[in-house]
Write a protein that binds this ligand. Structure first.
Ligand code: PEP
Ligand code: MN
Length: 337
């Protein structure tokens, strides 16, 4: 960290700042300019939390040198890949398609959709058994029964399964059935839940909070990594802006930015960002062009009967028509799909 003093800082003030830095066991290197003194602080910055120096007389600004996210940072390791069952996401040239219905509704429904998306090119099945609904009167999910149906669909199709966890108390039962945990947008800053799943053996698909900055998003991933679970996938799913034409605003700039800041694979979920079926194909193509390592797209064989998110689910035909076009965009940027 670098401490910049005010132009009128006195020698006594500067000496006090340097003394405080050294008291904490940190090294202080002093450079004198024409009007200011710059103090380079060397050593673990965390020590400064005990005795902050930002508010000391004579200090104008503090410039951190290290990123607040140590484990997620691209400085700490090369781009990583995460295994979801037998499928690897990130770190290589392949773009992975994750698909399925919003909610698991019955064994027939999940199996039928699993087969449809697999035939079209999906490599991972995603379905919700515990649903975070805005209204308590809306369908809340089939819970353990839904997990069982997901596991049956995996046995039948070979597709690994991702499902959402909303409450740490459900972790043991979800771990029995799923290959990957999803943290929904509304729980991105549920820090106690993040710590619990940080101790799980399962990988985690972490969705961006719809009001979260990228730094806040990465800090939430850091909570999971810090508990020892290094298998985190970051998912951009739209943020809330003043625009009302779409359900949220898909922030595609998040893809190259997250890839420049972190080593974690980046997924785009255009379905929840747009909320309108017709817009999903184009923005899916754009997401691949932006460098996404995977796409998560909701598909339903009878969207008009879906228990959640029917308006934004692609029909099997639209999905099947989209996949070759996604493949063409991936090829154009030197990736497979
Ligand atoms: C979902 O994936 O079905 C979902 C509810 O997503 P989000 O948390 O992004 O709203
Ligand atoms: Mn949904």
């Amino acid at each position: 960290m670098i401490v910049i003093t005010q132009p009128n800082a006195t020698e006594v003030q500067i000496n006090r700042i340097v003394a405080r830095v050294r008291e904490l066991g940190l090294d202080a290197q002093i450079s004198r300019g024409a009007s200011r003194v710059i103090i380079g602080v060397i050593g673990p910055e965390a020590l400064l939390r005990e005795k902050p120096i930002a508010t000391m007389p004579g200090v104008e600004a503090i410039v951190p040198v290290l990123k607040p996210y140590r484990l997620a940072s691209l400085d700490s390791r090369a781009p990583s890949s995460v295994a979801v069952g037998h499928v690897r996401v990130g770190g290589n040239e392949e773009v992975v398609l994750i698909s399925g219905p919003c909610s698991v509704e019955s064994t027939e429904q999940i199996l039928s959709i699993a087969k449809i998306v697999k035939n079209a090119g999906a490599k991972i099945l995603r379905g919700g058994a515990f649903k975070p609904r805005t209204s308590p009167y809306s369908f809340q999910g089939l819970r353990e029964e839904g997990l069982r149906f997901l596991a049956e669909a995996r046995a039948e199709t070979g597709l690994p399964v991702i499902t959402e966890i909303m409450d740490a108390r459900d972790l043991p039962v979800i771990e029995r059935y799923a290959d990957c945990l999803q943290i929904g947008t509304r729980n991105m800053q549920n820090f106690s839940l993040l710590k619990e799943i940080g101790r799980s053996r399962l990988p985690v698909l972490l969705k961006r909070g719809f009001s979260a900055t990228l730094n806040e998003f990465i800090m939430s991933a850091e909570y999971i990594l810090n508990e020892g679970n290094m298998n985190v996938l970051l998912c951009e799913r739209g943020i809330r802006t003043f625009e009302t034409a779409t359900r949220y605003t898909l922030d595609l700039s998040a893809v190259p930015l997250l890839k420049a800041k972190t080593h974690l694979p980046v997924i785009v979920d255009p379905t929840h960002a747009l909320g309108v079926r017709e817009l999903v194909p184009q923005m899916s193509l754009a997401a691949v062009a932006a460098g996404a390592d995977a796409l998560m797209i909701e598909v339903h064989d009878s969207p008009e009967l879906a228990k959640s998110d029917g308006d934004q689910a692609l029909t099997p035909d639209i999905f099947a028509d989209l996949v070759p076009r996604l493949r063409a965009v991936a090829a154009a940027i030197g990736r497979a799909l």
